[in-house]
Design a protein. Sequence first.
Length: 88
Amino acid sequence: VRGAGIYIEDGNEMHNSIEYNVIICPWALNDPSLHGCTVPGTGNRESDTSVNQAGIYTLAATNDLIGNRVSATFNGMLLQAGGIGRGE
């Protein structure tokens, strides 16, 4: 599996508890063929490529992320809220 380990998409996911997950990318980001857990060539450059590929990617700032562990991803967690705290 490549891309984000946990992907909270459009901001409508609110008031959830995402607790005590472990996300590990098994491939190195500098691997010439696998490129880590990035997914080159998709339409979502912000979440899939090494621009912002993350173990936890979310657009919603209204969730509880507690005790999660992320290893060997470009970013551990990326919160790209963009002012949509109550969803789109």
